[in-house]
Design a protein around this ligand. Sequence first.
Ligand SMILES: *Cc1c(COP(=O)(O)O)cnc(C)c1O
Length: 368
Amino acid sequence: MMNIPFLDIKQINLKDYTEISQAIDEVLNGGWYIHGSRCKQFEQSFANYCGTKHCIGVANGLDALILILRAYKELGIMNVGDEVIVPANTYIASILAISANNMTPVLVEPNINNYLIDVDKIEEAITAKTKAIMVVHLYGQITPMAKVWELAKKYDLKVIEDSAQSHGAYYQDKRSGNLSDASGFSFYPGKNLGAIGDGGAITTNDDKLAYIIRALANYGSEVKYKNMYKGINSRLDELQAAILEVKLAKLDADTEKRRVIAKMYREQIINPKITLPQVALGEDSHVWHVFVVRTDNRDEFQKYLAENSIGTVIHYPTPPHKQEAYKELNNLSLPISEQIHREVISLPISPVQTIDQTSYVIDILNKF
Ligand SMILES: *Cc1c(COP(=O)(O)O)cnc(C)c1O
């Protein structure tokens, strides 16, 4: 029997052992550990990769999203109590970023076929207090943006992307991070572009916003010891930046490996008990951060896969509006989101998963 881990992060990093070790060694011996040349270099490289004018490295993905909204408040464009539209089935960090700013998350149901916000349900959620639509390119797939842009224009709203799962995914000729007013990225180790620790970034084409975010993330100070804002400390350290620079160069090749596995799964899993994910746009619009299927009896399915040494994870078992942290949302009824949380399960996929391993998973799945 083969053993297929859900995600072998160690193996993913060891694949580039020599280059990563060298990067770590250079930072160690360079003697400069915060906001030096490595962070600057990575910010430049990642901005180029996304096609944006600016990239600001920060401590993690949650901070990236929090700082975007904070900066809009400093600019006077948003205020405490304003509403931000967000998909109901997102990872809770997107919603936490809104409530951390004392703004109100307005949850909109996802599309059952692609798990992205249902763009046809956004307009009915817009009120006089709405200031932004936060799209989440969940599981690695780009949200159909045309409708979002159209609504943002019609109602004068900002569009924010949560790109924590979608590094490199395309919508038409532009990449995730360059499809909105500002985008938050996470470099958590398990993300498609992962550090060896925490990391995050904001991309934007807005000069003013970039300037304020950069200051806010560094104690509210752009010039040392001169504080313009009541900022926070959220910085991408030199070590993580140097490692990310190495890994960014491999990202597109890694994504192609994920696409090969996803293609095999989509073509060869033929068990009617398993609902496969649909790709809403073109093949390059999905970077397969996770490969999510649905099934009626998930517990039994997960147990069966575990017995066959196949690792799985549930993204996510409980919807944000049913969490204890969001008592004020507990009474909401969001049946599509609730169904998704009951039925989804993620299969193994990664740049180090082999064709043989993938065939084994498919074989076991088809026998369920
Ligand atoms: C991982 C993730 C975040 C948060 O990123 P961290 O770096 O863990 O803070 C935000 N949104 C989504 C959709 C994520 O998957």
